[in-house]
Each structure stands twice: as C-alpha cells, then as structure tokens.
Design a protein around this ligand. Structure first.
Ligand code: HEM
Length: 484
C-alpha cells in the first residue's frame, strides 16, 4: 500500500553525479550501497530515482515505457545547442518516433550485411595503423569507428575527409560533456533563461555551438542529397532518410541532426568500448591467448570474417564480457516519467528523472559472480558442435544498451562493430602490458587506479600497452588487404 508522498529512500539532497568530486558510476554505487536498489533524491529542483536492479528497470522503463520514455527538457544542450532536434534529448514525441524509425534502416539485417565489406576494409586500416604507430593506438581507435560510421551514415571515406573528422570529433567531445544532466547551471535553475543575453554568456556559447554543428551536419547531409540528385548510387543512412523525407516529414534540420546523432552517438562510445577491451587484455593475458588459440583454429591465415562469428564461442563470450565488465554508458541516460506512479509502495512523482545504473546492475554479485573480474567463461556455452548457441546473442544477458523505447537504436550495429574490432585485434596482435624493467614482467593496469574520462560515456585515459604484430605473415596479410 503506497503512503501518499512516500518517495524511495535516499539522501535529502545530493550533488548530482557526485558534483564532479567522484566518478559518476562510483557515486551511483555508493547510493546503492547506502539506500538499496531504488533510491530517491532531489537535485537541482528535480526528483530523481536511481534504479540498480534490472527487474525494476525493465518493469518501469520497458514494460511501462509509455510513461517512462521522456527526457528532461534541457536548456543549454537541448533548446539552444540542438534547437530541440537531437535524438538523445528529444522528449517522448512524434519527432522522436520518426527519428528512431529512420535508425531502423541503419540496423536492418540486410544493411548490416552490406556494411561487413566496408567494416573489413576499415578494420584492416586500423590494424595497419597499429602496426605503423602502436603508441598512437587511441587516435587509431577513433579513426576506425569514425571511418566506419562516416561510411554508413554519409557514404564517404574518412581518408578524404580528415578535416571534417577533426571537426566532428571536437564537437562530439564537447557535447559528451554538455549532455551530462546538470552540466550547466541553467538546467538546475531554469529561471536563468529569462535573463537577458548580456547577463547570460552561456546562451551565446550554446547558440554558437549550434551554428557550428548545423553548418557541419547540414553540409554532410546535403552533400548526400546532391549526390542522390545526380543519380550517384549512395547506400547510406542519409540517402535513405532523404528518399523517404516526404513520407516521413522530417524537416531538413531534423535530418541534419539525425546524421549528426548517428555520428556522435556511435563514434566515441564504440571507440571507448574497444579501449576498455584493450584494458582487459593488459590485465587478463590468459583471455588473450585462449581467444587467439580459437581464432588460429578457425582462421589461421586470414583476417577473421563475420560469417565465422558462430564458430568461435569463446570470442563471442569475450565480446559479451567487454560489454558487461565496465559498461561504457554506466548510467545510460535519464528517462523522464510522464505521470506520477506508485511502485513497490513508493510514489514516483510525475516528471521524475529515472537513472538506470547499468554499472550497479553489471557489478552486483547477485547478477554476476566476482563482477569485477573480466571472465568470459561466465558466457562461454557452446552447443554440441562447439559453435555459439543459436539462442545466445551478443545483446542478451546484460543491459549495456539501456531500456525500453530509449534503448540504443543502433545496438545491432554496435555489437557487430565490437565483434569485428575485437576479433581482428586478437588475430593480429600480441596485446599485453608493457614490461616493467625492475621485474621483467608485463605490468597490469588496475582499472580502479587509473584516471577515467567521465561523461555520458566513459573511457580510461590512455595507458601503457604493448601491441605487436603476431608475425610477419600477419603483417603481410594486413598490408595486402589494405592495398586491395
Ligand atoms: C558500444 C556501443 C554502444 C553502446 C554501449 C551504446 C549504449 C547506449 C545507451 C545505454 C543509450 C541510452 C539508452 C537509454 O536511454 O535507456 C544509447 C542511446 C543512443 N545510442 Fe547507443 N550505444 C552504442 C553504440 C551506438 C552507435 C554505434 C550508435 C549510432 C550509430 C548509437 C546511437 C545511439 C542514439 C542515437 C541514442 C539515443 C536514443 C534515444 O535517446 O532515443 N549508439 N546508446
């Protein structure tokens, strides 16, 4: 029985995400330990509910998605920086529905198949770059994910568009920070938006960012429209969106932001995931050698290909464990409730912001034994032929892609990209910690001891790592694939 006004237990007020004094995911873990799996608190005038149990998140955000799929209207990042067009920040609305529908094109199974050839070329380039300059591994990861997303979104090659890439990446990085709930004072005190421009330098700043990105996203989208008009065959998301514009009634600015959303939501987070995988390699050499043995058995002489995915159940388990171990979007993105609701004896007021802590779900020993250990064996479960079970899919059993109607619309593409990168890196390189001169052993890098870049998505700061080709035969194969 709900007592009117009995909100979930929690601190009286809190600094959202630890107010920058601690990592956001550690903050969510602390709240869970103190108050349990449903925590309520107020911050900056809003009610928040932090959910740490998958069943509560599924019940509210997925089964009752009709009431829990909104986003808070944000002034800085939403109204001014995005002119209310960016999918991540859109309220539960017709515009959201139309934009998400378009994303379906990006991830329908025939499209995913058609990307494989492009992905394999970009992967070979990633490997070549790592052979040539392994110390710049971080740049190479971005170049790989940006290259492939640029190809599937706009149908262009990153090699010829380096300047655009730099612009998009810097816009990405600043949006990742601007989008963190509460990042700007005006979103905690909305009345600040009534002040005139002279007293609101932040407004000019946000509008300037909007102008820069609409110029950039608009040009990229328009170039595809021009190519379409010239009859050039362009198989990419934007071509599809333009072709169905009259039917789906998305205006030009929405279309520009749709492409921008694919680019920004996809590039960094996928690079972050691969970066986290490299961190696992440094700490778990046994995992690296076991996966390599499996790869060598199936494809000793050629780069792994997507059609071999089912033949390598251990590799499959490595990809799933990468998604679970340190979730790159540890707190997903808050869903706003559209009406008040009684749940498990608590009142969740209308317009509450619900944060599903994927971190807490993935790190709870009740869900995963020894959760801080990177252990693919927890997923390793081949069928009688030693293949991946047809029921086992890379998206099942964890919550890395969020919930309900706001679940990542590109998750099928994302796991494809993750599999391709992880399989190719393991096939091509010995990946381990650098040798500690005093002990002669490879150094471990404790994820709890290194700095992380915090934001909506997270990644470790670059760390010392040794990435060396497994043999000259591997080098030759990679180079020939790149020049083919
Ligand atoms: C490893 C890769 C990825 C992970 C772990 C990931 C995870 C997530 C998560 C947790 C959310 C928020 C879900 C929620 O609110 O409940 C999200 C949203 C989103 N993701 Fe991904 N994502 C990945 C890759 C991608 C890629 C490759 C793209 C695009 C090509 C993409 C596009 C988006 C978009 C547009 C949204 C906003 C959806 C909305 O607000 O309705 N993501 N993603």
């Amino acid at each position: 029985q709900t007592q009117k006004g009995k909100t979930p237990p929690g601190p009286k007020s809190t600094n959202l995400f630890g107010g920058g004094k601690m990592y956001s995911w550690k903050w969510s873990e602390e709240l869970y330990r103190k108050y349990g799996s449903i925590v309520g608190f107020r911050a900056g005038g809003d009610h928040y509910v932090l959910l740490s149990s998958p069943s509560d998140a599924e019940e509210l955000l997925a089964k009752q998605a009709v009431h829990f799929s909104g986003r808070k209207e944000v002034v800085y990042a939403g109204k001014y920086r995005s002119n209310n067009k960016r999918m991540l920040l859109l309220p539960h609305s017709d515009e959201l529905h139309k934009q998400r529908l378009m994303f379906k094109f990006l991830v329908r199974s025939t499209a995913l198949q058609s990307y494989h050839v492009r992905e394999e070329l970009h992967l070979a380039r990633l490997l070549e770059n790592l052979i040539d300059s392994p110390l710049k591994y971080h740049d190479h990861l971005y170049y790989y994910t940006a290259g492939i997303i640029m190809a599937v979104t706009y149908g262009i090659d990153v090699k010829a568009n380096q300047d655009i890439l730099d612009e998009i990446l810097s816009s990405n990085a600043s949006f990742n920070k601007d989008a963190v709930p509460g990042a700007h004072l005006v979103d905690i005190m909305p009345w600040l938006d009534y002040l005139p421009d002279i007293l609101s330098p932040w407004r000019k700043d946000a509008i300037q960012k909007h102008q820069m990105e609409i110029k950039l996203f608009g040009k990229l989208a328009n170039d595809v429209k021009i190519r379409l008009g010239q009859g050039v065959d362009t198989d990419c998301l934007m071509a599809h969106v333009w072709s169905s514009q009259s039917k789906d009634k998305l205006d030009d600015e929405s279309i520009a932001y749709l492409g921008g959303s694919a680019f920004e939501a996809g590039t960094s987070v996928t690079a972050f995931l691969i970066h986290t995988f490299l961190l696992a390699c440094v700490n778990y050499p046994g995992m690296v050698s076991r996966a390599q043995a499996e790869l060598d058995n199936i494809t000793p002489d050629e780069l792994p290909q997507y059609h071999q995915m089912k033949q390598m159940p251990y590799l499959h388990a490595v990809v799933k464990e990468t998604l679970r171990w340190i979730p790159v979007t540890p707190l997903a993105f808050p869903h706003q409730s559209e009406r008040s609701m009684d749940y498990k004896g608590y009142e969740i007021p209308a317009r509450s912001l619900i944060i599903p802590s994927i971190w807490n779900m993935h790190r709870n020993p009740e869900n995963f034994r020894d959760p801080s250990v990177f252990d693919p064996n927890r997923w390793f479960d081949p069928d009688d032929n030693g293949h991946v079970k047809s029921s086992s899919n890379l998206l099942a059993g964890h919550w890395a892609f969020g919930f309900g109607r706001r679940e990542c619309p590109a998750r099928y593409l994302a796991v494809d990209l993750a599999w391709g990168a992880i399989a190719s890196l393991l096939w091509a390189f010995d990946i381990k910690g650098v040798t500690d001169q005093s002990t002669g052993k490879a150094m471990n890098i404790d994820p709890d001891m290194i700095p992380w870049m915090d934001g909506v998505n997270i990644e470790p700061a670059p760390f010392p790592i040794s990435i060396t080709p497994r043999s000259s035969v591997h080098i030759t194969k990679i180079k020939s694939k790149c020049s083919a």
